[in-house]
Design a protein around this ligand. Structure first.
Ligand code: ADP
Ligand code: MG
Length: 475
């Protein structure tokens, strides 16, 4: 058998944030009470008509531009007809013929290399209700009915599970940076259909794709793809590739395998037609321009800036941009005048570990960058040691008190006379060590510093201490 390569295309559905739903004025927000965010339009009651939510259009166009898509002059919606209990209207309003963006591309970071991923299209549609399965019944919750969804369809251009996950992670970050979606997989806000095929490496004919529906976490996307590549490759190896057919499968979490659901349903089965209850919408270049102004600096651009301009390592920059709130905090540190590397060190060590162990969001974190600066300034002018800085950091968060006031109250010992007396005393008691020091055992210097700190319980100003010690020992 010739060497094989995997080909993957993704259909990524992402729930958008907005005040109201995409075609009705029901709230679009998480709600623990079932069927509470629902109006008649979401239920498809006769006599009701959809109204398009402008906020959703704006966000969809913004994403379309971020992905470098072409935007049509006019866009409209289509009806995708099918019956399912979570779809009370019997159809979904979606975009099939004239989506809000086509032919885009996005660059993703695959660890050792970057890759350009081609976007077939991005379109705006509505989510279905959700079904809650119990042992003796299934309940329908219509809160999700009509929640705005953006569906992103890639070309079949990804070649491994890792590339697919890198793409999804980059997209999740972009959605979050652009405030288009919370993109939280745990809340079911991202769901993927994963298309997998294999082909001869030398060939330019794509293999038969299998679609795995509704995979709900990135870990499962990875497992699904790896399982499917293995399954298809084995079939090919033993001469049974003809058994791979265009079909829809699902991922089974318990066994880590994929299971056949049905043969492939074609577009024609959905009897798409133009949604007659909504007009055609014109998108003017001025409107697109006004939206482009709102595109924030994206994670990849930020990473380049952090490494090139601020001199951070790729590793550190990657950690910071992973979370937009971290990146914002970091940039605020620089705005208030903290050195970038010092900002990044504090963020990634003291701050992140504090946030993690206390389960606090950095947005709610008491120690704002301007407060952090008060601590850093005092290290810089040698008022406090880095050990004291850490203590003040902790105390400040604990008491919600500005570091400044803690530092001025802090009884650091900076009186040269007092320190000198302590040093003379210590030297008198350590004649042997002085001799060893003078004979070349210079690392004993730290021993003397340590003695002073011990004597003063860490309060002695380290710079003054070292100055006097040097003078006494070397002078
Ligand atoms: P369909 O008409 O079955 O919906 P599309 O051509 O619209 O198929 O593609 C749907 C998804 O399947 C896209 O994400 C696309 O990249 C992917 N895809 C298409 N052909 C293949 C293939 N041979 N192998 C893997 N993925 C594929
Ligand atoms: Mg399709």
């Amino acid at each position: 058998m010739n060497k094989q390569k995997a080909v993957i295309g993704l259909e990524m559905h992402c729930e958008m944030t907005s005040n109201s739903k995409v075609f009705s004025n029901a709230r679009n927000s998480y709600n623990e009470i079932a069927n509470d965010n629902v109006v008649a339009i979401d239920m498809g009651f006769p006599g009701t008509l959809p109204t398009l939510n402008k906020e959703c259009v704006r966000k969809a166009i913004l994403m379309s531009r971020v992905l470098n898509c072409e935007i049509p002059e006019y866009f409209y919606f289509d009806r995708k007809n099918y019956y399912y209990p979570d779809l009370p209207k019997g159809y979904q309003i979606t975009q099939m013929h004239n989506p809000i963006g086509i032919n885009g591309k996005v660059i993703i970071d695959c660890g050792d290399y970057e890759k350009e991923v081609f976007i077939h299209d991005i379109h705006l549609e509505e989510d279905s209700a959700s079904l809650d399965h119990y042992s003796d019944a299934t309940l329908i919750d219509y809160n999700r009915s009509g929640v705005p969804l953006l569906e992103l369809v890639t070309e079949p251009c990804l070649n491994s599970a890792d590339e697919a996950v890198a793409f999804l992670e980059e997209m999740r970050r972009i959605y979050q940076y652009c405030d288009v979606s919370e993109a939280d997989t745990k809340k079911g806000q991202i769901r993927c259909d994963v298309n997998v095929s294999i082909m001869d490496e030398e060939s330019n004919v794509l293999g038969t794709k299998v679609e795995i529906k509704n995979v709900n976490s990135f870990a499962n996307v990875k497992e699904t793809i790896n399982y499917e590549i293995k399954r298809q490759t084995e079939l090919k190896k033993i001469g049974r590739y003809n058994e791979v057919e265009q079909e829809t499968r699902r991922f089974d979490e318990e066994t880590g395998t994929t299971i056949r659901m049905r043969g492939k349903v074609d577009a024609i089965d959905y009897k798409y037609f133009v949604e007659p209850n909504l007009p055609k919408y014109k998108i003017t270049p001025e409107y697109i321009e006004s939206i482009e102004k709102d595109i924030p600096m994206l994670p990849r651009e930020r990473k380049l800036k952090y490494t090139k301009e601020y001199g951070l390592s790729m590793h550190d920059a990657n950690i910071i941009i992973k979370n937009k709130d971290y990146a914002d905090y970091f940039e605020e540190c620089i705005n208030v005048g903290i050195n970038p590397k010092i900002s990044s060190n504090w963020l990634m060590t003291n701050i992140v570990s504090y946030l993690r162990s206390n389960d606090i969001n950095i947005k709610e974190f008491y120690l704002k960058p301007m407060y952090l600066k008060q601590i850093i300034d005092k290290i810089d002018d040698n008022t406090i040691s880095s050990k004291q800085a850490k203590e003040i950091f902790n105390e400040s968060i604990e008491k919600n008190v500005e570091p400044k006031s803690l530092i001025s109250n802090n009884n650091q010992l900076s009186d040269k006379k007092v320190i000198e007396e302590i040093i003379i005393n210590i030297l008198n008691n350590n004649i042997k060590q002085i001799e060893e020091y003078k004979n070349g055992k210079t690392n004993l210097f730290d021993f003397f510093v340590g003695q002073v700190m011990k004597e003063t319980r860490g309060r002695a100003n380290p710079v003054i201490t070292k100055e006097i010690l040097k003078d006494k020992l070397d002078g």
